[in-house]
Design a protein. Structure first.
Length: 476
């Protein structure tokens, strides 16, 4: 079995205990993982605290920090095949996707490397002739970055990049499911030459490792990605020392298709929108909201396209859908599909647990037009399951789109740009994609509201969120 250790204060650490990580395609244990419990969390936070307050990190200039981030980006790029192999093996995410996403991870580090020396303060024109008043932008302190199993390298890059650019130090907690890619990434932190304690990478189980980390008095800010229920624990933990939080949570994103849309383009985007990452994506376009006159045609085309999707071993380049990360996740998904069918949703395709090893689940489409409150319409599935609801007119489309407690992403497909503008204004979500879906860039902020959380990742604003303002008054 391959071995993966914690990385604390510039050294690899065997952990309090070890647990096995299973290959989601075969169910076989393949890696031995070091587990952080309360003592290792404490070591990591103290190391980050020391690195923030003394030593090389506070003494380093912003441009020197930027150069380190640039070096990290190059190392990520060089190590991409190995990181992709490990992420695919540990999480079941297909190799095509892990390879493509790691290229993006390097881009995010490059973007924040460039921003490090562009985080500026300001001079204030106060109406007192004998006073100089200015604002210094200072790093917020020690950051706890907590990520879920899907896309751990990417979800940590959108936290580490801005946090390090701003001058913070970090304890990064990988999920207990599929933690190997982040523990492997820790070797690149060491090779890039970050001073000890600046980045610490740990993993462990949520109720112990996560809970101790979020409530630790040495933490100033928590950047969390995960589910809303866990977020409530995180916020309660943050109350201990009133750490600030940013929360990137789930979604139940509407994918709205009008009769006048380019249907080929809409179907392609919908297939990728829901089935990419085997549906384990916070921005999955998991609710198709379709104009009634084209409902039958869309359903038939989606079923035909879903039947052609190559389901297989995640390490094969031709595979388009791999296994879900955990057996628990597949069981949960199937239970929601079964409850929705029992409630009256029509199964258009999929919905059957395949025989054999691995956490596989087929691409599934359910027509819920007659049961708009079916569980698969309301709950985040985090799997390859699409719930379809038809609408009569624009007002109906807006009502259905906004009938959710989440507010992360949304898609609108129409050739009528005037209508597109009205939809952009009316939809309650952090992202609106028009005639496209899933586009991301380091430059563009990303995040939601409601049950989807608060705060934004990406862009300059994310780096500013890792700073605090100091107001200076100087009598001249
Ligand atoms: P999760 O909430 O179960 O776990 C996320 C992380 O929180 C893990 O590292 C876990 O160990 C940790 N954790 C668990 N209990 C904790 C506690 N009491 N205190 C502190 N930390 C704790 O999430 P998951 O089920 O692994 O991931 C799926 C969820 O993540 C979905 O809801 C999905 O939509 C969301 N997600 C959001 C985004 C986004 O950017 N908005 C991106 C990807 C995933």
């Amino acid at each position: 079995m391959e071995q993966f250790d914690l990385y604390i204060d510039g050294a690899f650490h065997p952990g309090a205990a070890r647990f096995d990580s299973r290959d989601p395609a075969t169910d076989a244990p393949w890696a031995s993982i070091a587990e952080a419990r309360a003592a290792e969390v404490d070591l990591a936070v103290r190391a980050a605290r020391r690195a923030f307050e003394t030593g090389a990190w506070p003494a380093m200039t912003a441009s020197a920090r930027g150069k380190l981030l640039l070096r990290l980006a190059d190392l990520v790029q060089e190590a991409a095949p190995e990181l992709a192999r490990i992420e695919t093996r540990d999480t079941g995410k297909i190799i095509r996707e892990t390879s493509a996403q790691i290229a993006y991870v390097a881009e995010y580090y490059r973007y924040y490397a460039g921003l490090a020396d562009k985080i500026e303060g300001a001079h204030l024109p106060i109406d007192k002739p004998d006073m100089e008043v200015w604002l210094r932008r200072e790093p917020i302190g020690v950051v706890a970055a907590i990520v879920p199993w899907n896309s751990q390298l990417f979800l940590s890059a959108v936290k580490l990049g801005p946090a390090l650019a701003a001058g913070c130090t970090v304890v990064l907690k990988a999920s207990e499911d599929g933690p190997a890619p982040l523990l492997a990434f820790a070797k690149l932190i060491e090779r890039a030459g970050f001073p000890p304690g600046v980045v610490n990478v740990i993993t462990g189980f949520g109720p112990e490792c996560g809970a101790v980390l979020t409530a630790h008095p040495g933490i100033d800010h928590i950047a969390f990605t995960g589910g809303p229920e866990t977020a409530r624990h995180v916020v309660r933990g943050s109350a201990e020392n009133l750490a600030s939080t940013s929360l990137e949570l789930g979604g139940k994103s509407p994918f709205i298709v009008f009769e006048d849309a380019d249907l080929d383009s809409a179907v392609n985007a919908q297939i990728a929108g829901i089935f990419a990452a085997t549906g384990q994506s916070c921005v999955a376009g998991s609710r198709l909201v379709v104009h009634e006159p084209i409902r039958e045609r869309m359903l038939a085309t989606l079923a035909e396209r879903a039947a052609r999707i190559a389901i297989g071993a995640p390490c094969e380049m031709e595979t388009e859908i791999g296994p879900l990360c955990t057996r628990h996740q597949r069981d949960r998904l199937h239970a929601i599909v079964a409850a929705s069918v029992a409630a009256g949703a029509k199964l258009i395709c999929g919905g059957v647990v395949p025989e054999g090893p691995g956490n596989y689940y087929p691409p599934t489409v359910l027509d819920c037009t007659d049961v708009p409150d079916a569980p698969c319409v309301k709950e985040e599935m985090f799997g390859p399951v699409l719930a379809v609801t038809a609408f009569r007119d624009e007002a109906d489309a807006i009502r259905i789109a906004n009938d959710t407690a989440y507010g992360l992403a949304s898609g609108v497909f129409t050739r009528d740009l005037t209508r597109a503008h009205r939809m952009i204004r009316a939809i309650r979500a952090g992202i609106v994609w028009v005639n496209t879906y899933r586009a991301v860039s380091p430059i563009a902020p990303f995040g939601g509201h409601g049950l989807s959380g608060h705060g934004r990742e990406g862009g300059l604003a994310a780096a500013l969120d890792y700073t605090t303002v100091k107001t200076v008054w100087l009598r001249t």
